[in-house]
Design a protein around this ligand. Structure first.
Ligand code: AMP
Length: 505
């Protein structure tokens, strides 16, 4: 028998002495050496009691060892559970109690903190640091470089990814082997990734974007991966002439635009720039095209569903949209309350069905049922609109919808007007509690460097274009918008920051 996801991922590197992982300041790692490292790790995992179906929690710095560990967990038939390195002991405690892992892998500097959590659920604890050192790798060389991969089928779990959920409890999304493999295959085809590609990898690997979208596709296609420990705009600009592909969040692109070295000549060898995880402003798309000659390809997905839509490689890449459903994936828009189909062209809740959609929330059957329609469509929680040619635009999260005086206001509509005002770099519009209206609209404005946009001019721009009930009650100038590790604006943080009107004095 075979191991569905693992076998497909390793087919391109098995036995290859050619480079797979390119590391700044360290020798390239060949496919064969990388796979041997994964096999050795698999022996360690089994030694620590990782049996088929067992969860392996990994909260460790981004290293090639951690990538090999992901593959090792698949080899051993386990379930990979990566955690954001920023999570505190208390947060990790929730995930550990919920997932009951057999093994926890953490940074050596945090081992003392985590020991009690591991003991509580009877898990083993090992360490892996930023330099690849730790008890996990201590006697790795003595382990066999081959491992009998545990058979796993398409519906077996490969990973448990906790949603970043800013409201309520974080939920563990159960990802099967085929959820991940079918999506990676669709993306490789759509984005035309081949063994000639060199992917710049600067994303974190505890999230679906850096872990599955980037690494699964690169492995499947046999592409090389330029593995960067973290995002560094100057290092990326320097790497452009010797790479072909970049996957990033929108903040990557705004920061790259701030690099003087970013030019058409520098990016001439690049084949494709991809953006996702948060909305890419049409202004960023246009500025990047003017500077480099490349039209960024924007795609849309979420932890529970992998990737859902993408702009095409060959066809029109339409700024401000996330493109068309991936082959094999269906989307529809529905009234969030009744589930009735939304009339053509109107805003509705995005629902999705396909082999990409997860198996449900870990030990939360009632939450899973609440977010699944009887005919198998998953309710994403995102509001969207389908335009000409079937291109989808994301209007925002349903929970960020503002209801003021009983009327629905979509923040994005106001943000788009504000972003075009002279001196505005970006904006975020949100609702705060209001005794009269239920919610009142507030706009947080990030000025361009050195600019000081006048609230009067902002209000005039909005008044010229939008109905009165959509006008923000207040404009708050901020230095930067609060963002999480994936570049998503945290509106819940803004709502909290600006809940009470500020003193006029
Ligand atoms: P996560 O589960 O952390 O990957 O977050 C998924 C959410 O990110 C989606 O439900 C969307 O709200 C948002 N998202 C992802 N890609 C895009 C995009 N291209 N444009 C706008 N929002 C996006």
């Amino acid at each position: 028998m075979t191991n569905h996801l693992h076998d497909a991922l390793v087919a391109t590197i098995d036995g290859r002495q050619t480079p797979f992982l390119l590391r700044p300041g360290a020798p390239d790692l060949s496919g064969a050496d990388f796979l041997a490292m994964a096999a050795r790790f698999a022996h360690v995992l089994v030694g620590h009691g990782v049996t088929p179906g067992a969860r392996v929690v990994v909260q460790a710095p981004k290293t090639v060892e951690m990538v090999a560990l992901y593959l090792a967990v698949l080899k051993a038939g386990g379930v990979f559970l990566p955690l954001n390195t920023a999570y505190t002991r208390e947060e990790v405690g929730y995930f550990v109690a919920d997932a009951e892992p057999a093994l926890i892998v953490c940074d050596p500097g945090r081992a003392a903190e985590m020991a009690g959590l591991a003991a509580d659920v009877g898990a083993a604890l090992v360490t892996l640091g930023a330099d690849g050192a730790g008890s996990l790798t201590a006697d790795l060389a003595r382990r066999p470089a081959a491992f009998d991969t545990v058979p796993r089928g398409p519906d077996d779990l490969a990973a448990l990814l906790y949603t970043s959920g800013t409201t309520g409890r974080s939920k563990g999304a159960m990802m099967s082997h085929d959820n991940l493999l079918s999506n990676a295959r669709a993306l490789v085809d759509l984005w035309q990734i081949t063994a000639d590609d060199i992917l710049i990898h600067a994303l974190p690997i505890f999230h679906t974007h850096g872990l599955f979208v980037a690494l699964n596709t690169a492995l499947l296609a046999g592409a090389r991966v330029r593995f960067m420990p973290a995002f560094d705009a100057a290092a990326i600009v320097e790497a452009l002439p010797v790479s072909t592909l970049l996957m990033g969040v929108p903040t990557f692109y705004t920061r790259l635009l701030a690099e003087p070295g970013l030019s058409r000549a520098q990016a001439a060898r690049m084949r494709l720039f991809i953006s996702g995880s948060a909305p890419l402003l049409p202004e960023t798309h246009a500025a990047f095209a003017a500077r480099t000659g490349h039209r960024i390809l924007e795609r849309y997905g979420m932890t529970e569903t992998n990737m859902i839509t993408s702009n095409p490689c060959d066809g029109e890449r339409r700024a401000g949209t996330v493109g068309l459903p991936l082959p094999g994936v269906e989307i529809r828009l529905a009234d969030p309350r009744t589930g009735a189909p939304t009339p053509q062209g109107e805003i509705g809740m995005i629902e999705v069905r396909g082999p990409n959609v997860f198996k449900g929330y870990w030990r939360m059957p009632e939450r899973t049922a609440a977010e699944m329609r009887p005919d198998g469509f998953f309710v994403t929680g995102d509001l969207g609109q389908i335009g000409a040619g079937g291109y989808l635009s994301i209007v925002g999260r349903a929970r960020d919808l503002i209801i003021t005086g009983g009327l629905n206001v979509y923040p994005r509509e106001i943000e788009e007007v504000l972003n075009r005002v002279e001196g505005v770099a970006e904006s975020a519009v949100f609702g705060v509690p209001d005794a009269d209206f239920g919610e009142a609209i507030v706009a947080a404005i990030v000025p361009d460097a050195g600019a000081r946009p006048d609230p009067g001019a902002l209000a005039a721009a909005v008044a010229a274009r939008l109905a009165r009930f959509k006008h923000p009650r207040r404009y708050e100038i901020v230095e930067a918008l609060p963002r999480n590790a994936m570049g998503k604006v945290q509106k819940a943080v803004l709502r909290e920051m600006f809940a009470a009107p500020r003193d006029a004095g």
